[in-house]
Design a protein around this ligand. Structure first.
Ligand SMILES: [Cu+2]
Length: 715
């Protein structure tokens, strides 16, 4: 049997199947032998986790990365095609090849988590600490239907846990880690621990962390208000091996008592998230069956936070959100012979949302005397079915074809505003409408991977992906700016209104990835992914009102196109010399997006950007210098009054040393203390608020120079 040997061939999706066949337990009996053989075939095929466009971050790279930021999404920052809408220090929204936020499918331990906030302050990756992450896989190119569904962008899979077991008779193994980090730019500190007990039949893991930061300073030494945060996380993982099955349980709890949002009028003043995921992976003579069920519960509170409360005209306004994600995922993997693998799946995802804003005494009729119901008893239910066939035609040629249907039903109850006088007309009009909507969305993927020579491989194909609107896009109902300015996950200070007649988005994507390397895949590699996506019924906006510093926008279907190029390259410069070994790595991303109805640029397109890292490693040391360069942002969306941002270049240094189980890292980011504007950071609403709404909205500035210290002790 042949195994793929790309540098990215880091298996994670099939870890459990491998454990069934790697000799930790000697199989006895024919049925078990068949089951292990089936699992082995699943393992060897598996284009999913070994494809050219799948990138996995784990191990040392992950440990390095998490000493740098308390924001879990930032673990992905070195990957090609990735950028971030920034806002809160823990809650940035990833963008993959120009497609952002909840258009990406993000799964934490197999469970999708929906942001439950009209500003998307609590997206999936913000619900756990970076230290809890055991591995991340990113599907950036053509996402297989088994990894997609109700998403037009790529897929990000985060695992906090990979069950492992000892051989019988090896007793019990205890392992764990302690870590701490500190950053001078915002006086942040982070602490965490993990503790694992592993036996032959069961394993147990617990982890916890605390993170705290003040406001950061920009390159001019000015404090960027409302960039502080504080969070606490706890995780529990259990796994048990019962015959040919592995049962898992993951439970997580997170509290974020405060997190400032410099590009929003509101801050997070409380967020509690609890999650439970149970899983069962079973080997049968016919293949592998995986079942997962999850429940995630988020209680979210917004108001103006500690910085905004000190401004001349503090505008207190409590806003509460409660969301739950409940569902299951069933996947069967059935090998046919040695060369074909059929995947069948079914999933159900029931999301519920309530968003209500209590009255503020003395402010009627604007903000009282009643409770404002933004989303009342909202539901978004997804029922998906898929089939996917992976075929190996020769050791050099693999194809994958899949089809998937998702039925999405959305609905909300009737609403009321703070007062009849100001909000009654809108509420009556909305309540008179039929709210329930049903969509039936079809996805298709057809891709091939070929390796014509030992020094080149190509992956190419076509994907059609669909996504229904989120609840705010369909049902945010108020036309009063006081209320519609709160519906905004773009950081652009505009007012947003929903549109119950929105249709699902349908994206057609063509993509090819070419990878060229030396035959041993050690000395060098260059990888390029050009892509083109046409999106039918893309949910963009129409301008329905203008004011001096903002527009009132309504979500509306438009046609759009996106195209771009992701490039990565790496080379070994020297090895085994007195200086250890040296590597040069680089990534570059280019993307353009256009509303083809209006000819305008799509919002928040990351300008051309590149990162080059020279790294020197020896037995104990890792030293690196990194250059990050970002071009001017000139492609902007005038409908959102999006500002241009200047180009910039940053230099970062880091040095790490091991002493047995202790690793210490010292880093210097933004070495020259360069002042720069974040191209996807939105507008600094705080400054405008502090100046009594004088109308000076500027892009949010990035972090100035920071001395960073991190240490990890493993035992
Ligand atoms: Cu919020």
């Amino acid at each position: 049997m042949r195994t793929w040997s790309t540098p990215l061939a880091l298996s994670m999706l099939f870890t459990l199947a491998a454990q069934g066949s790697d000799g930790t337990e000697t199989p006895t009996g024919t049925r078990q032998v068949q089951a292990t053989q089936a699992a082995a075939t699943v393992e060897v095929l598996g284009i999913l986790d070994k494809g050219l466009t799948v990138t996995t971050v784990q191990g040392a790279a992950l440990e390095d990365q998490r000493l740098r930021s308390a924001d879990t999404a930032q673990l992905l920052e070195d990957l090609p095609g990735i950028s971030f809408y920034t806002g809160g220090g823990l809650s940035s929204l990833p963008v993959l090849d120009g497609i952002a936020d909840d258009r990406l499918k993000v799964m934490v331990d197999g469970a999708p988590i929906t942001a439950s906030c009209p500003n998307h302050m609590n997206p999936a990756l913000s619900t756990l600490d970076p230290a809890a992450v055991a591995g991340i896989s990113v599907f950036a190119g053509l996402t297989p239907v088994s990894q997609g569904g109700d998403s037009i962008g790529g897929t990000i899979l985060v695992d906090t846990f990979r069950p492992a077991f000892l051989r019988s008779g090896e007793g019990l193994r205890e392992s764990g880690s302690l870590f701490g980090s500190a950053h001078s730019v915002n006086n942040s500190t982070g602490f965490g621990f993990s503790e694992n007990l592993t036996g032959a039949r069961a394993s147990l893991g617990v982890s916890g962390s605390l993170a705290h930061a003040g406001d950061y300073k920009d390159g001019n030494g000015n404090r960027v208000t409302s960039t502080y945060y504080q969070s606490g996380n706890l995780g529990l993982n259990l796994a048990a091996k019962v015959g040919d099955q592995v049962l898992t349980l993951h439970a997580g709890y997170q509290s974020i008592p405060k997190q400032g949002f410099v590009n929003q009028q509101m801050d997070m003043v409380g967020n509690k998230a609890t999650s439970v995921v149970i899983g069962d992976r079973a080997l049968f003579s016919w293949g592998v069956l995986e079942a997962k069920a999850y429940l995630e519960n988020t209680r979210h509170e917004m108001n103006i936070g500690q910085d905004k409360a000190t401004f001349p005209i503090p505008m207190f306004m409590p806003m509460n959100t409660h969301g739950t994600d409940l569902g299951y995922v069933l996947k069967a993997e059935v090998p046919f012979g040695q060369d074909q693998l059929l995947r069948l799946g079914n999933e159900l995802h029931k999301y519920t949302l309530n968003d209500w804003w209590p009255p503020v005494a003395g402010t009627a009729p604007m903000m009282g005397p009643d409770t404002f119901q933004s989303i009342n008893n909202g539901h978004r239910d997804q029922f998906g079915l898929f089939a996917e066939l992976e075929s190996r035609w020769s050791p050099q040629t693999i194809t994958l074809v899949g089809v998937r249907n998702d039925r999405i039903r959305t609905d909300v109850g009737n609403v009321q505003g703070y007062s009849d006088m100001m909000y009654g007309m809108d509420a009556d009009a909305f309540n008179a409408l039929e709210h329930a909507r049903k969509d039936s969305n079809w996805d298709l993927t057809a891709l091939a991977r070929i390796e014509p020579t030992p020094t080149a491989s190509y992956e190419f194909g076509y994907a059609r992906k669909s996504q229904s609107p989120n609840l705010y896009e369909r049902y945010a109902w108020s036309t009063v700016p006081m209320a519609s300015s709160m519906i905004n996950w773009f950081g652009d200070f505009n007012c947003y209104q929903g549109n119950p007649d929105l249709k699902p988005e349908v994206a057609d994507k063509l993509s090819v990835t070419g990878a060229w390397h030396d035959s041993a895949r050690r000395a060098w590699e260059v990888k390029a992914t050009p892509y083109y996506t046409r999106i039918h019924d893309f949910i963009d906006v129409n301008v329905i009102g203008t004011a001096s510093t903002y527009n009132t926008l309504q979500f509306a279907n438009h046609n759009a196109e996106l195209y771009g190029l992701d490039l990565t390259a790496q080379a070994r410069l020297w090895e085994d010399s007195a200086l250890g070994s040296g590597h040069l790595r680089g990534t570059m991303g280019y993307v353009r997006g256009k509303n083809t109805d209006t000819g305008l640029s799509l919002y928040h397109m990351m300008p051309l950007n590149a990162r080059v890292t020279l790294e020197q490693t020896s037995a104990a040391w890792t030293n690196a210098i990194e250059l990050r360069a970002v071009d001017r942002k000139t492609q902007v969306d005038p409908n959102r009054l999006e500002p241009q941002t200047p180009g910039y270049a940053l230099v970062n240094l880091r040095s790490g040393r091991h002493w047995r189980a202790l690793r210490v890292e010292l880093g210097l980011t933004n070495l020259f203390n360069k002042f720069y504007a974040l191209p996807l950071g939105g507008l600094n609403v705080d400054n405008d608020m502090a100046s009594g709404w004088s109308g000076t909205l500027k892009p949010v500035a990035g972090q100035g120079r920071s001395v960073n210290l991190g240490a990890t002790l493993k035992f």
